[in-house]
Design a protein around this ligand. Structure first.
Ligand code: RFL
Ligand code: PHB
Length: 389
C-alpha cells in the first residue's frame, strides 16, 4: 500500500492529524497497536484550551463538543482552608472548555470512519524504515500477516512508550526529564461536581483536585505515595482524604458515590529535542510529557498537530518545505512554556517528601500572593488558558 503520510498511534494526536490531513485531501494511513475500544475507554485529560477548541472545530469535530462541553471562565486555588477564584476571562480575555479526552477520541474516530480514512487498529510488530530517506516505509503485522506502507512522511504520534522517538539515534536527541516523587490517585464518579469550576488545593497532607466531565460526572484526584496501589485505597478512605484536603466550605458540599474508575498515574516532565528526524516528525506524548497539574498534555498534542498539519499542507500545496524545516523549533518553543508552567503548578501545590514547615509556609505565601495580586493572576491565567499558536 502507498500513502502520503503514515501516522503511528491513534491517540488524540494521531487521530486529529489524520482528520485534518484527510480534509485537506492529503492521504493518510493510521496504524494503532490497540483496539479502538481500548483507546476509547482510556480516561485521561478533561480541560481543553481555546486553541484546542478551535482546532477541533476546524477539523470538523466541534459539534458535540460545542453542544455538551462546559465553558469555564475561571478556576479556584485553595490553601489553609480558604479558596479564591482566578478569573481567566478578566485576567487573560480567554477561557477553557471542559470536554473529556474520551469524547474527543470518540468524535475523531467517528469522523475518520465517515470519511473512510485508513485506520488500522490492533497492528503488532510496527516498525519504521528508511526514515532519513525520500522513501520511508512502515511495516506491521495484523492477524499474523505482514504488511508494508510506503509513504512520503511518518508522523510519530505513538505516545511516551512508542517506538518512533527511538528511531532518532541517541547521539542526535537530547532528553530532559524530571520524575516527581508522588502520583495522583484519580476517581471518576457519577455524582454532581462539588464546585461549578475546578478547585486546585494545596494541603499539608498533599495536593487535591476537584474536577468534572459533565453536570453528573465528577473527577477527583489526591496526591499519593508512589508505593501506593489503587486497590489499597478503599472508597471511604479516598473520600475522607479528599474531604480533609479541600476547604471546608467545598467539602461540606461533596456528594460521594461509587467510583466507576480508580487508578494511580505517576507524574513526570520530559522533553525530547529534536522532534524531527529526516522525514519522521514526532507529535504529542511521543516527544514530551507534562505532569497533569497544568492540564497541558492533550493541549500540547493538539498544538504540535496544528504546526505539523500547516507544514505538510504547505509542502503539498506549494512544494515549500520551510515550515517542515522549522517544525521542531516552533513546536518546542511552545512545549517548553507548558513544561515550565506545569512544573511550577506542580511545585506550588504538592507536598514533597522531607518538605519542611518553612517550605510549606513559602507555598502558602505564594498562593496568598496570587490571591491578592492581579498581576500574579494574569500570569497564571495566561498560562492556564494556553499560549497562542
Ligand atoms: P497517547 O494518548 O498516549 O496515544 C498514543 C497512541 O499510540 C499507540 N501506540 C502505538 N501504536 C502503534 N505502534 C506502536 N508501537 C505504538 N505504541 C503506542 C498507543 O496505543 C496510543 O493509542 O498520546 P497522544 O496522542 O500524544 O495524546 C497525548 C494525551 O493522551 C496525553 O498528553 C494526556 O492524556 C496526558 N494525561 C493527562 N493530560 C491532561 O491534560 N490531564 C489529565 O488528567 C491527564 N491524565 C494523562 C493522564 C496521561 C496518562 N498516561 C499516558 C499514562 C492520565 C494518564 C494515565
Ligand atoms: C481532569 O479533569 O482530569 C483534570 C483537570 C485538570 C487537571 C488535570 C486533570 O489539571
Amino acid at each position: 500500500m502507498r500513502t502520503q503520510v503514515a501516522i503511528i498511534g491513534g491517540g488524540p494526536a494521531g487521530l486529529l492529524l489524520a482528520q485534518l490531513l484527510n480534509r485537506a485531501n492529503i492521504a493518510t494511513a493510521l496504524i494503532e497497536r490497540q483496539s479502538r475500544h481500548y483507546v476509547q475507554k482510556r480516561i485521561r485529560a478533561g480541560v481543553l484550551e481555546w486553541g484546542t477548541v478551535e482546532t477541533l472545530r476546524k477539523a470538523g469535530v466541534g459539534k458535540r463538543m460545542d453542544a455538551e462541553g462546559l465553558i469555564h471562565e475561571g478556576c479556584y486555588l485553595a490553601a489553609q482552608n480558604r479558596r479564591f477564584r482566578v478569573d481567566f476571562k478578566k485576567s487573560s480575555g480567554n477561557r477553557v472548555m471542559i470536554y473529556g479526552q474520551t469524547e474527543v477520541t470518540k468524535d475523531l474516530y467517528e469522523a475518520l470512519e465517515q470519511a473512510s480514512a485508513e485506520v488500522i487498529d490492533e497492528a503488532s510488530a510496527v516498525e519504521l524504515h528508511d526514515v532519513v530517506t525520500e522513501k520511508p516505509f512502515v511495516t506491521y503485522q495484523k492477524f499474523g500477516v505482514e504488511h508494508r506502507i510506503d509513504c512520503d512522511f511518518i508522523a510519530g504520534c505513538d505516545g511516551f512508550h512508542g517506538i518512533s522517538r527511538l528511531m532518532i539515534p541517541l547521539e542526535q536527541r537530547k532528553e530532559f526529564e524530571r520524575v516527581y516523587p508522588f502520583g495522583w490517585l484519580g476517581v471518576l464518579s457519577e455524582t454532581p461536581p462539588v464546585s461549578h469550576e475546578l478547585v486546585y488545593a494545596n494541603h499539608a497532607r498533599g495536593f487535591a483536585l476537584a474536577s468534572m466531565r459533565n453536570p453528573n460526572l465528577s473527577r477527583y484526584y489526591i496526591q499519593v505515595s508512589l508505593e501506593d496501589k489503587a486497590e489499597d485505597w478503599s472508597d471511604d478512605a479516598f473520600w475522607d482524604e479528599l474531604r480533609c484536603r479541600l476547604p471546608t466550605e467545598v467539602s461540606e458540599a461533596l456528594i460521594t458515590g461509587p467510583p466507576i474508575e480508580k487508578s494511580i498515574a505517576p507524574l513526570r516532565s520530559f522533553v525530547c529535542e529534536t522532534m524531527r528526524w529526516g522525514n519522521l516528525f514526532l507529535c504529542g506524548d511521543a516527544a514530551h510529557i507534562v505532569p497533569p497539574t497544568g492540564a497541558k498534555g492533550l493541549n500540547l498534542a493538539v498544538s504540535d498537530v496544528h504546526y505539523l498539519f500547516e507544514a505538510l499542507k504547505l509542502r503539498y500545496a506549494a512544494h515549500d518545505d520551510h515550515l517542515l524545516d522549522q517544525y521542531s523549533a516552533t513546536a518546542l518553543a511552545r512545549v517548553w512554556k507548558a513544561i515550565r508552567f506545569s512544573w511550577w503548578m506542580t511545585t506550588l501545590l504538592h507536598r514533597f517528601p522531607q518538605q519542611t514547615d518553612f517550605e510549606q509556609r513559602i507555598q502558602e505565601s505564594e498562593i496568598d500572593y496570587i490571591a491578592t495580586s492581579q498581576a500574579a493572576q494574569c500570569v497564571m491565567a495566561e498560562n492556564y488558558v494556553g499560549s497562542p499558536y
